[in-house]
Ligand binder design. Structure first.
Ligand SMILES: [Zn+2]
Length: 69
C-alpha cells in the first residue's frame, strides 16, 4: 500500500469535508476509482487520532496482528 499525491482534482472522501483531496491510498487490486482520497487536513487528523488510539491501547495485543503466522 502506498500514499501518493493526487494527480487529479477530486473532493476529499471524508464525509462532508469540503476540501479537495491531496493524497490517495494506492492499494494493489483496488481500481483507481475506488481509492481512498483524503485532504491534508483529514489525513493529518486521522494520523494523530490513530497515534492517540495506540497510546491508550494495552501493549499486549496477543496474536491477532498476524505477524507470527
Ligand atoms: Zn478532508
Amino acid at each position: 500500500m502506498k500514499l501518493e499525491k493526487m494527480p487529479i482534482r477530486v473532493k476529499c472522501d471524508n464525509g462532508c469535508c469540503g476540501n479537495y483531496a491531496e493524497f490517495q491510498v494506492v492499494r494493489q487490486g483496488t481500481p483507481a476509482a475506488a481509492r481512498l482520497r483524503l485532504c491534508r487536513s483529514c489525513l493529518k487528523e486521522l494520523s494523530s487520532l490513530y497515534g492517540e488510539l495506540l497510546s491508550t491501547e494495552v501493549t499486549d495485543v496477543g496474536t491477532n496482528m498476524g505477524n507470527g503466522d
